[in-house]
Design a protein around this ligand. Sequence first.
Ligand code: PCA
Length: 216
Amino acid sequence: MTIALLTGFEPFGGDAANPSGEAVHLVASRWDGPDQLVTAVLPVTFHGAARGLRQLMAEHRPDVVIGAGLAGGRAAVGVERVALNLRDARIPDNDGAQPVDEPSAPGAATAHFATVPVKEIVRRIAAAGIPAEVSYSAGTFVCNHVFFTALDAAPPATRAGFVHVPWSTEHAPDDTPGGADLPTLPIDDIARALEVAVRTSLDVVTDSTEPGGTLH
Ligand code: PCA
């Protein structure tokens, strides 16, 4: 049986909620196969998240691993293409750890590319009426660390990727620095986007060769 692992995150940075974790619960509650879906909500700690992900990958031996996390302030679902071997934390994680200019995996490559079909996932999420884009940086905090860890730990046949999601309309904080309005998407759209990412990663091995990228 083909197995997919989908992870989200707990709240962090003083927020009361994290739509990535909420959306992962929703995807799990609606999943109707035929492939097996394993879901988990990871702590927002460099140590605990990476260790939890490695344990889940060792236990379930998934064919596809998709991590999801919150990128508050983004308006579109961002399918990440590049994981950097870098931890540079602007805020402490939920353990109080704040690594600065450290590798995610000492001695490993400088970066890994996602091994899921990034462009096709974006195309299909957008076709479902949900704003989506390829993203070329997952940041340097816990999400990027988990993304890099997944690619570093994945056996050759395992495809791994990461999806950053906007705030959900239902959970977005009222007070933001500077009082700016946060862009949001309904939690249902975020969950649908994650399901599309999982299903596309299971079904499509070779990515689209449509021109993509950015000019700046
Ligand atoms: N977003 C953070 C960490 C957890 C999350 O949901 C990030 O982008 O690194």
